[in-house]
Write a protein of this length. Structure first.
Length: 74
């Protein structure tokens, strides 16, 4: 995902987000919104574009996962 954010399938990104953030609090046909545990902008929003995830959203998910891991490990 880090090396090719433009080649990530939306369904794969959903599975990763489900694993790290739990079930989506909103899941329409093309959007899914996940809650994150920190204040401010506590969500991750991903969008299905012809079966692929948007590259900038893949990068946002990676940053959110990194932040989540850092808070868990202090």
């Amino acid at each position: 995902m880090r090396n090719s954010p433009q080649d990530v399938r939306f369904s794969d990104l959903c599975k990763i987000c489900d694993l790290y953030f739990g079930p989506a609090r909103q899941s329409g046909s093309s959007h899914r919104v996940y809650k994150t545990p920190w204040p401010g902008d506590p969500r991750v929003n991903i969008q299905n574009t012809k079966g692929k995830a948007k590259p900038y959203q893949v990068k946002q998910v990676l940053l959110a996962i990194k932040r989540l891991e850092e808070t868990k490990h202090g």
